[in-house]
Ligand binder design. Structure first.
Ligand code: SF4
Ligand code: SF4
Length: 409
């Protein structure tokens, strides 16, 4: 019997992409063969820790925290806490709630002042084209989600509640949501409030300063950002204004290539961000014990070695763009179909860089795509600032919406 094209392409995708990714995950970690191996840390049992204070919050944390987003192994969270990591970053959205549940079960029974939990809640709806909240954006829905987060976390309060994924000044200052967050702070359901941003960061960070309401900023910050100087300047201003600064996406997509033959030197990338003393902590999303131990070793010496500096230029030398989309939005006006290309590229990075297929699928689902979006476009008119072949990547990743859920777990 003849297979339909869609069935065939779905099977091909599962075969080439999902199963390929799952299979690769049982290989020994590429990272474990990098310098500064885990054994060194375990052997000495004396991991040096560098602490910084999250601005005026007064919360003192090691400069290496845990971004739990991509982790699904509770023992890894437990090991992180037992290694001395204090700050766990999760979100209402991650793994459809399982991520918060896992964090909750791992902190349960520990002294409440021995860990710092941050979660993030999105404001809904947000106009995707403008990045602005609308008249329909509901503070009640935000509140309801946050109450769900507390239940999943089994906590009476979190340490930091972020307004998640903000891309515009107006959104950061959107009064109905800011008011509800301030109310939650007053009620003691969160000790501090923050805003998270991985697009248009300098504008959002400036808004956080101007708000005189936010305590913490969680921002993308890495060596690959073309606008890293502007992000750095915004971070410096925010830190001077007393905000706590948490860096994310420090490892910039983890690999230079989709085939995962060329890993980004994660230790070097993390050092690069933490060398900026205005960054108080970073939340690398390690998913293995080796990666965790490797990340912890940055505290032994933050200096970038000559080799590490060279490694951070590897993409340039190999002519590889990497998997990290800068979310600069330059592609948006170029696509006649108005595709949300930054979100599609983010999904691609989740799948091929992080191997977090649930997050990849969730990002695609948020777009409500009716079909493979580029299929009736004969010529791609988009020139990506980063040099991505966006059409190919969209073709590749958009099919994930048709992959059965069981293949994604
Ligand atoms: S796809 Fe390219 S142009 Fe579009 S946001 Fe990402 S890096 Fe920028
Ligand atoms: S092929 Fe290019 S121009 Fe056409 S829909 Fe896709 S991204 Fe947009």
């Amino acid at each position: 019997m003849k297979q339909s094209t869609s069935t065939k392409s779905r099977r091909d995708f599962i075969k080439k992409s999902v199963v390929g990714l799952a299979g690769a995950s049982v290989l020994p970690s590429i990272l474990s063969s990098q310098d500064a191996p885990a054994a060194e840390v375990k052997k000495t049992g004396k991991q040096k820790f560098i602490y910084r204070t999250l601005g005026n919050t007064g919360i003192k944390v090691p400069i290496v925290s845990m971004g739990v987003m991509n982790a699904d192994n509770p023992n890894l969270v437990k090991a992180a806490l037992e290694s001395g990591i204090v700050h766990l970053d999760t979100a209402w959205y991650y793994q459809r709630g399982r991520n918060e549940e896992m964090v909750g079960s791992m902190v349960k029974g520990r002294p409440r002042d021995s860990f710092v939990v941050a979660t993030k809640v999105v404001g809904d709806p947000m106009d995707r084209e403008t990045g602005l909240f609308t008249e329909q954006t509901s503070p009640e829905a935000f509140l309801e989600k946050f109450e769900t987060s507390l239940k999943r976390l089994q906590l009476e309060y979190v340490d930091i509640l972020y307004l998640h994924n903000v891309v515009r000044r107006e959104a950061a200052l959107f009064k109905p949501l800011l008011d509800v967050m301030l109310k939650l702070k007053k009620q003691g359901k969160t000790r501090f409030i923050g805003v998270s941003t991985h697009r248009n960061e300098p504008e959002v960070i400036q808004a956080a300063i101007d708000s005189k309401a936010y305590d913490v900023v969680l921002t993308a910050y890495n060596f690959k950002q073309p606008h890293r100087d502007q992000v750095k300047a915004a971070i410096a201003k925010a830190a001077a204004a007393g905000l706590g600064i948490v860096a994310m996406k420090t490892q910039a997509g983890v690999y230079w290539d989709k085939e995962r033959q060329y890993p980004i030197n994660m230790k070097a990338a993390l050092k690069w961000a933490l060398l900026d003393e205005n960054v108080h902590t970073a939340i690398p999303g390690f998913t293995t014990f080796d990666q965790m131990n490797l990340d912890l070793t940055v505290m032994e010496d933050l200096t970038l070695t000559a080799k590490e500096i060279e490694d951070l230029k590897m993409g340039e030398k190999l002519g590889m763009t990497g998997l990290y989309c800068q979310q600069c939005e330059r592609c948006l006006p170029q696509c006649p179909k108005g595709l949300e290309i930054p979100t599609l590229m983010r999904s691609y990075m989740y799948a091929y860089g992080y191997r977090n297929m649930t997050a990849a699928r969730q990002a695609i689902e948020s777009l409500d795509l009716k079909s493979i979006p580029c299929s009736d476009c004969t010529l791609c008119t988009v020139t990506c600032a980063q040099g991505f072949a966006v059409r190919d990547k969209i073709y590749d990743i958009a099919r994930i919406k048709d992959v059965p859920e069981e293949f994604l777990v």
